[in-house]
Design a protein around this ligand. Structure first.
Ligand SMILES: [Zn+2]
Length: 254
């Protein structure tokens, strides 16, 4: 069964039918889901979702677009949530120079500060990095992130960078973009990287794969992502699902 490593079911896009949708997951082959917090509100909702659904686990962290008003008090609160049994990662944390909502030094400061939470708790990190390839790698190297475990979510950089991350022991998160006609660079990375380093993720409600591109995404569409990876790698669909599930279980300890 499929392990969905990155979704945002707390998003308002699911307000209409969240419960119905989540209840259909098992019947459609989705075994486990990590709901990823991105804001303080999102982390709170993530904690609620993981209490409510046995197959939903949580990642707690603040997305770089949302770090502007963070305080040390907030860090204490996040730290306390890290101790919950179903919290399996710190994330999503990182740098985003595409939306560029916060000053780069501020983004770096909170990226480092949240990596500290992972160091303190032994949890893996879920890294968000957009248009910030060099700085993300530089910050992670300076912080000895090779001593942590984690995933570069929605991987969007080159093969060379992928090699650097894999050398540090990191996984690459692959989602709907791999099915896009203009997803050539990611297809090359998927061809290059061993299956042992890939994780399946949606980033739902965003980045729905073909043939649903532009629509609301959800974990049920991971079948299209797994099929595309299977084609690229000349593997069977079952093998892609099985190996990525084992990868996720190893990384997140569940
Ligand atoms: Zn996300």
């Amino acid at each position: 069964m499929i392990f969905e490593t990155h979704a945002h079911y707390d998003d308002e896009a699911f307000d209409r039918d969240r419960d119905e949708l989540l209840k259909t997951m098992h019947a459609h082959g989705i075994e486990k889901i990590i709901n990823v917090g991105a804001s303080l509100e999102g982390v709170k909702d993530t904690a609620d979702l993981m209490e409510r659904y046995p197959f939903v686990y949580g990642a707690v962290g603040i997305h770089p677009d949302e770090v502007g008003s963070l305080t040390e008090e907030d860090m204490k609160w996040l730290r306390s949530l890290c101790d919950r049994e179903k919290t399996v990662a710190v994330g999503e944390i990182g740098l985003d120079y595409y939306w560029d909502k916060e000053n780069h030094d501020v983004q770096k400061k909170w990226f480092v500060r949240q990596m500290d939470l992972a160091k303190e708790t032994g949890l893996p990190i879920i890294v968000h990095s957009r248009d910030a390839a060099k700085d993300t790698l530089d910050v992670m190297k300076a912080e000895r992130a090779d001593n942590l475990k984690g995933v570069i979510h929605c991987y969007s950089y080159s093969k060379e960078h992928a090699r650097e991350y894999m050398n540090m022991g990191y996984y690459l998160g692959v989602g709907g973009v791999v099915t896009f006609k203009n997803g050539k660079r990611l297809k090359e990375v998927v061809e290059y990287a061993p299956l042992d380093y890939l994780l399946l993720e949606t980033d739902a409600p965003y980045l729905a794969p073909e043939p649903y591109r532009g629509k609301r995404n959800c974990s049920l569409y991971l079948t299209y992502v797994a099929q595309t990876i299977a084609q690229i790698k000349g593997a069977s669909y079952e093998e892609v699902v099985e190996v990525t599930r084992r990868n996720a279980e190893r990384l997140f300890g569940i």
